[in-house]
Write a protein that binds this ligand. Sequence first.
Ligand SMILES: [Ca+2]
Length: 475
Amino acid sequence: MSTGRRTFLFALMTMATASLSFAVSADDRPPNFVIIYCDDLGYGDIGPFGSEKHRTPNLDRMAAEGRRFTDFYVTSGVCSPSRSSLMTGCYPKRVGLHQNETGRGVLFPGNHRGLNPEEITIAEVLKARGYATAVVGKWHLGDQPEFLPTRQGFDSYFGIPYSNDMGHWKPQWQYPALPLMRDEKVIETEPDQSQLTPRYTAEAIEFITAHKDEPFFLYLPHTFPHVPLYASERFKGKSANGPFGDAVEEIDWSTGEILGAIEQLGIDSRTLVIFTSDNGAQNGPGGSNAPLRGFKGSTWEGGMREPCIMRWPGKIPAGTTCRELAGTLDLMPTLAKLAGTSAPADRIIDGKDIRPLLFGEEGARSPREALYYYQMGNLQAVRAGKWKLHLSRRESRGGQSRVVPPQLYDLETDVGEQSNVAENHPDVVQRLNALAEACREDLGDGDRPGKNCREPGYVENAKTLTTRRAEPANQ
Ligand SMILES: [Ca+2]
């Protein structure tokens, strides 16, 4: 090869390398992700989803600048199982977090069980792509060192490890003092809960600011509006709906602060912000799942269908609505694709890539054939398209046992699940029953084991993070 030709080839290679590094370092670099995840916020609790009680100007604006998802689901009506799906893209039953080790619906302080460190979380997927990762808020996927966020792909953690009622709120419950943690250390016990939302907000903005020049993933699972309800002085007593409304309005403020910081830093066009909730509003504290039926803990729509807004200026069409079936299961695989990578291929992942739904592509349809509604280990309902079937089951009440007949609802015309049309559509009932049967085979149901379930994490010598007095145990 002549020297001239060699020089020419070298120049070509240099140009190729230069253009490649340019492409990666400029606007084409992976986008940032912020997931704001409320606790027990109902479908009808914010303005963009019809609330007339709560003032949510920041969420109203977020919806006007982004996209509402009306048929967006979590996988459980309670905290821990729901969170396991957001983190792993799998049904709770798949990863063994549908209940704790004693058969209760969520994890409690000092439980042996937690999200298996062998599971690959959304944070681990993104971290492998060079993302800075942080969680600010309530974790609730295990409080043993092996299960903490810092062992599950997050660079840093600030928040409470489980629900805010699992402390000295009700002394008769005999929980250890509620810990506030930084990374793996308890830094306070029984923190002033009225300050949690402002403190989370400050932490979130600090993280975003520190990492504005690299791809980042911020997971912000709020403590509220789970009970006991608190708001800071600025919001306390100010809403038209008591402490519940105060907490929601403060979360709205927090969302506005975060969106404002993202705008001010000039990273709007490369930041996807997602706002949703871990399960529906509880019956009693003041939340609303209207127009849906049922509450937190149930497999009615009110327990598991959540308000969801996504905003990404220039990418997600502003002021639009997606009515296709989607959910938190889909976020891990979708964010992985947006980051230029993929969900793990060595195991079953239940989530789907829903990028076409985010971007509002013409004619985009849900890639999901069916959604399964579990209450702990029991499969109770299945949705396919517009149809939802509550499965026939045996129910015991007051010493009497009876078989509850199947109930079929057309969610397009009857979102409130009021009119059982099972008798009019035996073919649909049969089709959804067949889907349910395939699900039982796969994931199990009640005493019946599923053939594709994985083991939860388990720690033999589990300890609580704090003692029953208000003193940290690990300092
Ligand atoms: Ca919850």
